[in-house]
Design a protein around this ligand. Structure first.
Ligand code: NOJ
Length: 472
C-alpha cells in the first residue's frame, strides 16, 4: 500500500478567535474582530467569539480529543492581544497569556503532538488599529509585528519548531479592506494593496529576525500560509484558457505575497491591472522579502472553473463557478460560506499540488483543507454525526495528496484538516468568521449550549486513514 514518509505531519488546524472564547478574561485585550462582531449585520447569525468553543478553558479536553484522533501535529494561532493586550512594542505584556500558551504547548508535546503555530490569523489588537490605523501604517505595524513575533520566539521557541507568520494575507487585505466583509470592514480600492504590502513586510522582517537570532539556537522552520484553489478553464476556448491562467496569477500573486516572496516580483498580469496602486518594494525590502518562506503553506478547499470577464479586479476580471458546460457539477458541493464553497474535486487538488511544486520549488504543508456539510447547523445531533459528504471529501483529497506524493514526487510534508473545534471547524464546529456558526466545518460536533464535544464519523475516518497511510 502507498504510504507517506514516516515524518509526515497530520492533524487539525484552528485559529484563536474562532475557538478560544474568554475574549474579555485572562488579561486579553480586544482585537478588531471583537469590535467587528459588535457591528449590527456584520455576522450572519449575530454571533461573536466571546465564547466560541470555549477552548481557552477547555484546552486540556481539546488536546485529549486530538490525541484520541491519533494526530501527530496540531496547528493553532496565538492571539496577539492575549500576549500584548494593546499590541505595541512599548505596551505591557500579559503573563497570563504567555502561561496559557506554554501550558497548551507542553500538553501537546506530552501527548506526542507537534505544535505548528500561526502568529497572525486576522485578529489585530484593536489598540493598534485605534492608535495608528493598524495594517495601513507601514512604519509602525512592521515594528510592532516584529516585536510581537520576537516575544513568541522568546517565550515558546524552545518548544515550538514550526512557525507560520500569517494566515491568508488575501483575506486580511481583500476581505478586510476592499470588500469590507471581514474586520475591520473597510471598502477601498487602494487600501488592500497597502495592507497586503505591509503584512508581507511584517512577515519578512519577522522571518529575518527568526533566521538571524533564533533559528541558529532553536533550529526551527518558518513560513507563510496562503490560500489558493485550483482553477481550470471553463472550456477550451482561448479566452477562458487565458482567464484561468490569470485567475491563478491573481490568486497566487495579486496580494504582494506569493510571487514576491518566492520569486521576488509580481506577476505581469497583476501589474497590468493594478498599476500604480501596487506599492513598490525598495531594493532593501525586496531583498528581505524574496526567499522569506521555508515552505509553501497552503489552505485549499475547492477547484473552480474559470471564465473570461467579470467585475472583480481582485480576481483579475474573471468569473469562477463549478458547473461544467454540460450542466454537471465538479463534485459534491458544501455549504456556502463567505470565504469559499468546498467542492469534492480531488483531481484539482492533485493538480494544484503539482503546480505549486513546479512553480515555487518549496516543500508544501497543507495547512488547511476541509468541508462544511450543507445545512448541518439545522440537523439533529445524530444526523450531523453521520457526515458522509465530509468523509467523501476527505477520502478523495487524502488519496489525491498521497498520489501527488508517491506518484508525482511532490514533497508534501504535512496535512491539517480544518478544523479542530467547529471551527473547531474541522476538528469541531467553531465560530466561523462572518458566517457565525452557520457554515459548519469540523470533524467534531460542538453542542454550543453545553460545550460538549461529539466526534463525527469523519473524525473516526481520518483518525484511522492517516495512521494507516504513514510509514511506521
Ligand atoms: C480559511 C481560514 O483560515 C479559516 O479561518 C476559515 O474558518 C476557514 N478557511 C473556512 O472558511
Amino acid at each position: 500500500m502507498a504510504q507517506f514518509p514516516q515524518d509526515f505531519a497530520w492533524g487539525f488546524a484552528t485559529a484563536s478567535y474562532q475557538i478560544e472564547g474568554s475574549a474579555s478574561t485572562g488579561g486579553r485585550g480586544p482585537s478588531i474582530w471583537d469590535t467587528f462582531c459588535q457591528l449590527p449585520g456584520k455576522i450572519r447569525d449575530g454571533s461573536s467569539g466571546e465564547v466560541a468553543t470555549d477552548s481557552y478553558r477547555l484546552w486540556k479536553e481539546d488536546v485529549a480529543l486530538l490525541k484520541s484522533y491519533n494526530v501527530n501535529a496540531y496547528r493553532f494561532s496565538i492571539s496577539w492581544s492575549r500576549l500584548i493586550p494593546l499590541g505595541g512594542r512599548d505596551d505591557p505584556v500579559n503573563p497570563e497569556g504567555i502561561a496559557f500558551y506554554r501550558s497548551l504547548i507542553k500538553e501537546l508535546l506530552t501527548n506526542g503532538i507537534t505544535p505548528y503555530v500561526t502568529l497572525y490569523h486576522w485578529d489585530l489588537p484593536q489598540g493598534l488599529h485605534d492608535r495608528y490605523g493598524g495594517w495601513l501604517n507601514k512604519e509602525e505595524i512592521v515594528k510592532d509585528y516584529v516585536n510581537y513575533a520576537k516575544l513568541c520566539f522568546d517565550s515558546f521557541g524552545d518548544l515550538v519548531k514550526n512557525w507560520i507568520t500569517h494566515n491568508e494575507p488575501w483575506v486580511i487585505s481583500c476581505l478586510g479592506y476592499q470588500k469590507g466583509i471581514f474586520a475591520p470592514g473597510h471598502k477601498s480600492n487602494t487600501e488592500p494593496w497597502i495592507v497586503a504590502h505591509n503584512a508581507i513586510l511584517a512577515h519578512a522582517y519577522a522571518v529575518k529576525l527568526y533566521r538571524e537570532q533564533f533559528k541558529p539556537i532553536q533550529g526551527g522552520q518558518i513560513g507563510i500560509t496562503l490560500d489558493c484553489h485550483w482553477q481550470m478553464p471553463y472550456d477550451d476556448s482561448p479566452e477562458n484558457i487565458e482567464a484561468a491562467k490569470r485567475g491563478i496569477d491573481f490568486k497566487l500573486g495579486k496580494i504582494p505575497s506569493h510571487d514576491p516572496i518566492y520569486k521576488g516580483y509580481y506577476p505581469e498580469r497583476v501589474k497590468q491591472i493594478i498599476g500604480d496602486r501596487l506599492p513598490v518594494f525598495t531594493e532593501e525590502e525586496i531583498a528581505v522579502v524574496k526567499g522569506s518562506s521555508d515552505f509553501f503553506g497552503l489552505n485549499t478547499y475547492t477547484s473552480q472553473l474559470v471564465r473570461e470577464g467579470g467585475t472583480d479586479e481582485t480576481n483579475g476580471y474573471t468569473t469562477v463557478g463549478h458547473t461544467r458546460p454540460d450542466g454537471t457539477q465538479l463534485g459534491t458541493i458544501g455549504a456556502k460560506n463567505i470565504c469559499v464553497v468546498s467542492i469534492a474535486h480531488p483531481p484539482g487538488f492533485r493538480s494544484l499540488l503539482n503546480y505549486l511544486w513546479k512553480t515555487y520549488q518549496k516543500p508544501i504543508y497543507v495547512t488547511e483543507n476541509g468541508f462544511a456539510v450543507k445545512n448541518e447547523h439545522q440537523m439533529s445531533l445524530a444526523e450531523a454525526l453521520r457526515d458522509q459528504d465530509r468523509i467523501e471529501y476527505f477520502e478523495g483529497y487524502a488519496n489525491a495528496m498521497l498520489q501527488a506524493v508517491t506518484e508525482d514526487d511532490v514533497p508534501v510534508h504535512g496535512y491539517f484538516g480544518w478544523t479542530a473545534v467547529q471551527c473547531l471547524n474541522h476538528l469541531m464546529n467553531t465560530h466561523r468568521r462572518a458566517d457565525g456558526y452557520e457554515a459548519r466545518f469540523g470533524v467534531t460536533y460542538v453542542d454550543y449550549a453545553t460545550q460538549k464535544r461529539y466526534p463525527k464519523e469523519s473524525a473516526l475516518f481520518l483518525s484511522k486513514w492517516f495512521p494507516e497511510h504513514i510509514k511506521t
